[in-house]
Design a protein around this ligand. Structure first.
Ligand code: PMP
Length: 402
């Protein structure tokens, strides 16, 4: 065996979990993806999706995708920079710029690639990027591709952010990059305080609104809008893979910054553009998001109902304030056992362990969609209570110790 293969073979953790019959990843779904999905020929309720507005199966979104395939074909076979720009991409960029109240917008192939391209190209060798310790992996990887120095502050801790900013040279370019809604914890960035500090220390701000679009702000326009701070956030990054029911990512900003990124963001220039069907479905979903406010209202009704119920039932869910609800199990094996128990009993959730969260913080990521019913949420809660009894986590585990 080669040295590399020998090293790879030492990674046995996934096999151990598989051998224990608990492997929870790459599960095959064989149906459409609304609140009920088919897994292994069995119907389960979906509480693990990021399709917060429940639009992946909406007739208007599906129709738009089909029409785009008929008109433009299935792929663009090139990058935006060269042969891969369609009038659909430009229409979507113009609508995104208008919706996020910025001068211009630019579409990338995924949200992950957006962060890679945007974060790596804006700042240089003598500059600083300042990130929240819980920022998404794509932000971290964007900083790894950048030549700038990277500084972390404690999660949503403004004293820690200020302490870090105060250490940096006053004449250096400083870029704060933060998730709008944190992808695992579900809490919202303290943007008013961040804006305040950014002004005092002359820093720029990128907000990654992957989980905030369609969830907070005017018509779902995200965190900056939620706090009335659109003019104070320099770059709004987002994805089409969550509320916008498609695939792709974008950044909205000043025209001068977008023009620069068009010619410097390597993940944009050297990667194919999103296919026509993805652009068309994102456009249709954006339209629905703007024009059907009842979708967001329903999402919040479900979110408030689930958060209140889980707190009353003494599940540890941290300070979430969004449709992303972390149910802390705090033990990897038990987290897998709970996931398994739930799927066998008709509920799909996502297990999250280190490095996606800090070790000791393993959790079940329970997420809501506008299309869920209270009855479906009640069913999931009932199964969660059973899982807690059988697997002994949270208050059940504490009672055991007492
Ligand atoms: N940013 C955040 C905060 C995310 O949670 C994600 C996806 N989980 C992304 C970026 C990447 O988005 P995409 O799926 O479009 O690559």
């Amino acid at each position: 065996m080669s040295i590399l293969k020998e090293r790879l073979a030492k990674f046995t953790y996934a096999d151990e979990v598989k051998n224990a019959g608990l492997y929870p990843y790459f599960r095959e779904i064989s149906s459409d993806q609304d609140t009920e999905v088919m897994i292994n020929g069995k119907k389960v309720l979906m509480f693990g999706s990021n399709s917060y507005l429940g639009l992946t199966n909406h007739p208007k979104v599906k129709e738009a995708a089909k029409e785009a395939v008929d008109k433009y074909g299935t792929g663009c076979a090139g990058s935006r920079f060269l042969n891969g720009t369609l009038d659909l991409h430009i229409e979507l960029e113009n609508k995104l710029a208008e919706f996020f109240e910025k001068e211009a917008a630019l579409i990338f192939s995924t949200g992950f690639q957006t962060n890679l391209g945007v974060i790596s190209c804006l700042t240089g060798r003598n500059d600083y990027i300042i990130i929240d310790e819980f920022d998404h992996a794509s932000i971290i990887d964007g900083t790894r591709l950048s030549f700038s120095k990277v500084v972390k502050y404690r999660h949503n801790d403004m004293t820690s952010l200020e302490a870090q900013l105060a250490k940096l040279p006053s004449d250096a370019v400083k870029m704060i990059v933060v998730d709008g809604i944190f992808s695992m914890e579900g809490d919202i960035a303290k943007l008013p305080a961040i804006v305040d500090l950014a002004k005092r220390y002359k820093a720029e701000i990128i907000v990654d609104d992957a989980h905030a679009v369609g969830v907070i702000g005017k018509n779902g326009s995200g965190t900056a809008s939620h706090f009335g701070l659109v003019d104070d956030v320099d770059f709004i990054v987002g994805t089409f893979s969550k509320s916008l029911a498609s695939l792709g990512g974008f950044v909205a900003a000043d025209k001068v910054a977008i023009d620069f990124m068009k010619h410097h963001a390597r993940s944009l220039i050297f990667s194919a553009s999103i296919p026509p069907s993805s652009a068309a479905s994102a456009l249709a979903a954006l339209d629905l998001m703007k024009n059907e406010p009842q979708l967001m209202e329903k999402l919040w009704d479900n979110t408030n109902y689930a958060i209140k119920s889980l707190r009353e039932l003494d599940f540890e869910i941290g300070p979430t304030e969004s449709p992303i609800i972390p149910i802390y199990v705090r033990d990897n094996e038990k987290t897998f056992q709970v996931t398994q128990f739930l799927v066998e009993n008709g509920v799909f959730v996502n297990p999250v362990i280190s490095p996606a969260v800090q070790s000791g913080d393993s959790l079940i990521r329970f997420s809501l969609m506008a299309s869920h019913t209270h009855e479906q949420i009640d069913f999931a809660l009932e199964k969660l209570i059973e899982a807690r009894k059988v697997i002994q986590f949270g208050i059940e585990a504490e009672q055991e110790i007492l």
